[in-house]
Ligand binder design. Structure first.
Ligand code: 5AD
Ligand code: SF4
Length: 481
């Protein structure tokens, strides 16, 4: 098939909500469309195909999509040729409603059916174009379901799609999904429903993909999984663990940084701790969501560990790899969370000294076990707990940033910072650093930066001699924090 020329090529626009896994899925979907000759529209209004990759993890994320779909419904009345697609977790969770009640939506594609998304889009587009040609748009007052294509769960994720380098946010960085789905019983979480059971990819495939990405200029890989450190437990007989995977990927010569998100406290094994301690390319942070600092709440959430056990694991980690910084997620206002439970969370955050935490107000997800419980923490109280915990975390993050002032860190330059004349990038600890330069050639390179100022969520610094950065792996200076 010959690809259409750019002027005639159909234009797509894809909005992505939610987690990093969704961002990766969006890259894979875009790659597939580009391989078929589609081009990115300058803006949504200019697109022939509007796709939304959705998230169901909290109500707020869903509300944004419902509102967007409302606007697209209006647009579709005057543009019957337009293709509207709902992808990802909401497609899985609300497929019946979308199909029955949203006739302006042409595609409903769950996260495990991205492998042939280009074909699905193409079918919808040709049917819609036919409909558009047969109708006078001005007279089309009623809604049009162009294709009526429904492609929800075909057991074919996009992981096998060869990625188009142009859709990666940064040439030197890439995500690699090592496992899909989640088998954990967390009572509040919709992910096991929307993304299904854990399915890990074999180590050999992941080595091959990493080699391919590195040959294409990637030097930093972030491995993705909902419980990434449970990687491999479904691959019976293959002895596949995250620790073994890290060791295998570490061998890829041009790879310089290897990160992985998100870990579950129950699977922080001694093997993994050893790998993190021994492998210099492994990023120096661990995202290990605790969710709460109260044993009663952890039990109610069915997280499967106690605070004591979490802390014992952290102690083992810190004994072997003291430079690793910890990141966490917390949910405030879970049903039954008392003031004392919340106080325990605050004390826990301070005790551990997390470098970063995401804090979420509990949001009941229909279909989960927790949604059966009385959502008894009032919204203003959730707001208050959210603000208090964020402030505690900000103080900790700020202190860690202040301790870096005067030190030299190695920054992988990502691109323009929000402030003109500045670029920003991240350290091996995932800390955001801004520095003054206008040299675009630096994007994708590792440069030494002396930190001169600490902000609440990032640092400002000055770049040192650039050629010095080309040697050696990450700077141990930051490890001193
Ligand atoms: N309400 C609020 N936060 C939630 N999370 C998951 N489910 C919910 C929910 N129902 C949070 C958890 C998880 C992060 C990705 O989202 O903290 O780690
Ligand atoms: Fe959700 Fe728990 Fe699985 Fe994380 S581990 S995705 S919180 S069910």
């Amino acid at each position: 098939m010959t690809a259409p020329t750019v002027e005639t090529a159909p234009k797509y626009h894809l909005t992505s909500y939610g987690c990093q896994m969704n961002k990766l899925d969006s890259e894979l979907v875009e790659s597939k469309l580009r391989q078929r000759g589609y081009v990115a529209a300058a803006c949504e209004a200019d697109a022939d195909v509007v796709l939304i990759n959705t998230c169901s993890v909290r109500q707020h994320a869903e509300d944004r999509v419902w509102s967007k779909l409302g606007k697209l419904r209006v647009r579709k009345r005057s543009e019957p040729g337009l293709v509207v697609g709902v992808l990802g977790c909401m497609a899985q969770e609300h497929k019946r409603y979308l199909v029955a009640r949203m006739p302006h939506v042409d595609l409903v594609v769950g996260p495990s059916a991205f492998g042939d998304i280009d074909q699905t889009v193409e079918i919808a587009r040709s049917k819609n174009l036919q409909i558009a040609a047969e109708r006078e748009p001005a007279r089309t007052r009623h809604e049009v379901r162009g294709a009526g294509v429904l492609s929800v769960d075909q057991g074919m994720s996009g992981d096998t799609i060869v990625r188009d380098v142009r859709v990666r946010p940064h040439r030197s960085q890439a995500f690699v999904s090592v496992m899909r789905g989640c088998n954990m019983p967390c009572t509040y979480c919709i992910v096991p429903t929307t993304r299904g059971d854990e399915v890990s990819r074999p180590i050999a495939d992941l080595v091959e993909e990493t080699q391919r990405l590195c040959a294409d200029g990637v030097t930093e890989i972030t491995l993705l999984g909902q419980t990434v450190n449970a990687y491999g437990r479904d691959l019976t007989g293959q002895n596949a663990t995250l620790a073994r995977l890290l060791r295998a990927l570490h061998e890829v010569p041009s790879l310089r940084r290897l990160a992985f998100i998100t870990s579950h406290p129950n699977f922080l094994s001694p093997d993994l701790i050893d790998a993190m301690a021994e492998l210099p390319k492994v990023a120096r942070y661990l995202h290990l969501p605790a969710q709460s600092g109260s044993n009663a709440v952890l039990k109610a959430m069915r997280r499967g560990y106690t605070i004591e056990r979490y802390e014992a694991r952290i102690e083992q980690l810190r004994n072997k790899a003291p430079d690793i910084e910890l990141h966490s997620d917390f949910i405030v206002g879970y049903p039954g969370e008392s003031e004392a439970d919340f106080a325990a969370t605050v004390a826990f955050v301070q005790r551990i000294g997390f470098a970063q935490s995401y804090v979420f107000k509990y949001s009941p997800r229909p279909g989960t076990l927790a949604a059966e419980l009385h959502d008894d923490v009032a919204e203003p109280e959730k707001e208050r707990r959210n603000a208090v915990l964020l402030e505690v975390q900000e103080e900790l993050t700020g202190a860690k940033n202040r301790a870096l002032v005067g030190k030299v860190v190695e920054v992988l330059v990502e691109g323009d910072s929000k402030v003109d004349g500045r670029f920003s990038g991240r350290t091996a600890h995932h800390r955001l650093v801004h520095f003054a330069t206008t040299d675009r050639e630096l994007i994708g390179q590792y440069v030494p930066v002396r930190v001169t100022q600490a902000l609440a969520h990032s640092c400002v610094g000055e770049m040192l001699r650039h050629d010095a950065a080309q040697e050696g792996a990450h700077d141990p200076a930051e490890a001193a924090t």
